[in-house]
Write a protein that binds this ligand. Structure first.
Ligand code: ATP
Length: 366
């Protein structure tokens, strides 16, 4: 069983609280991505799981066994790091075989056979007699993976394993890693600050900030139902527009617009007055001035200040006419929907797509 429980895990380094009261249950065979900005405590959490750091308080269980005092070798885990840490003087075969070094119960022939089997799985069987400096970055990363999986561990711990690869290779390896994980059915905790990796690879995402868990859920839950403004801003590219304002009766009043709150939004807001309204760029509908109105949506006049063409889509920066560019809203339109800088447009915001947060705490109200 490779299930993992973290109970109130806290790790301090002097005055720095790297991880604070983190509780998380990870199911057997699950692929969980720990994501968050630099310094939020992802690697420290992983290192505590691996036994490379001792928790200041809290408990770690793998497969229901208490791990806090177990040395890394006895945790039945395998780690893959950002720098592949291959031994330069050893061949690929020897590097992978090294993963079995501490494993009892294998004959020499069985070790050789296991290395061959793993190399086949990873598509590097023809590279077994090369040295690491004769391999590309992607091949080296596969060897590092080979060394991790050769022992058939209960849990994989991966810390930014793809970040040294170029964008194309990273995308390829992302898919490979995912399919490898689902074939091997090994519980995986994968650390990244890259939200695309988090969204595309994981069964669930755990979003961290400042040492604290902000939300754990499927990628789509975190995208559609963010718990707070941090998750709302972190998940999604371009990021969600977050507009500060106040409630006046049944209207959200901001510098950008006065947005009428329908019954559903009004009920969610309750007595809160200082609010943040969130709307994803892809949920803002942009039309030319003469186009037909969107049924049920609420329309505002905006000016196109910047157009960023991405081919398949355009990212627009919009302000109220003559408004400050620093306060621009971002909207996404299809790549063929051509608008020019300075053009006046009508923007519709569907109440069904609006998120509302309490401004004081950032907590989601709707
Ligand atoms: P990154 O994405 O940059 O690797 P991270 O989210 O993995 O960041 P951690 O490496 O876990 O973050 O660091 C969390 C906090 O703990 C940071 O403030 C960091 O400076 C601090 N920290 C981590 N390791 C140590 C250490 N050995 N001694 C002192 N402080 C540390």
């Amino acid at each position: 069983m490779g299930s993992i429980q973290l109970e109130n895990l806290t790790k301090r380094f002097g005055d720095t609280v790297a991880v604070e009261e983190l509780s998380l249950d990870i199911a057997d065979e699950e692929f969980l991505v720990l994501v968050g900005p630099s310094g939020c405590g992802k690697s420290t959490t992983l290192r505590c799981l691996a036994g490379l750091e001792t928790p200041s308080s809290g408990d770690i269980y793998i497969g229901n066994d208490h791990m806090n005092y177990r040395v890394p070798q006895n945790r039945d885990i395998a780690m893959v790091f950002q720098d592949y840490a291959l031994y330069p003087h050893m061949t690929v075969r020897q590097n992978i075989r090294y993963g079995l070094e501490e494993e009892p119960g294998y004959t020499s022939e069985e070790r050789d056979a296991r290395v061959e089997e793993v190399a086949e799985t990873l598509g590097i069987a023809d590279l077994l007699d090369r040295n690491p400096d004769e391999l590309s970055g992607g091949q080296q990363q596969r060897v590092a993976l080979g060394r991790a999986i050769v022992r058939d561990p209960e849990v994989f711990l991966m810390d930014e394993p793809l970040s040294n690869l170029d964008a194309k290779l990273r995308a390829e390896m992302r898919t490979e890693l995912q399919s490898l994980q689902s074939d091997l059915k090994v519980t995986t905790v994968y650390v990244t600050h890259n939200q695309t990796e988090a969204m595309t690879m994981s069964d669930r995402i755990a979003v961290m900030n400042d040492g604290r868990l902000q939300q754990v859920g499927t990628p789509l839950e975190c995208y559609h139902e963010p718990n707070n403004t941090f998750v709302a801003g972190f998940i999604g590219e371009p990021m969600m527009n977050l507009v500060s304002g106040t409630r006046s009766e049944s209207t959200f009043v901001s510098d950008h617009f006065e947005y009428p709150l329908d019954d559903g939004l009004r009920a969610a807001v309750g007595d809160h007055e200082e609010l943040i309204l969130g709307i994803r760029p892809e949920d803002i509908v942009v039309r030319g001035e003469g186009d037909e109105a969107e049924p049920g949506a609420t329309d505002f006049r905006f000016e196109v200040r910047v157009v960023e063409p991405h081919g398949d889509q355009n990212v627009l920066h919009l302000t109220r006419p003559g408004g400050d560019i620093d306060d621009a809203l971002q909207a996404v339109t299809g790549g063929m929907h051509l608008l020019s800088q300075g053009e006046q447009v009508v923007v519709s915001i569907d109440p069904g797509k609006v998120h509302l947060f309490d401004a004081a705490t950032g907590t989601a109200l709707h």
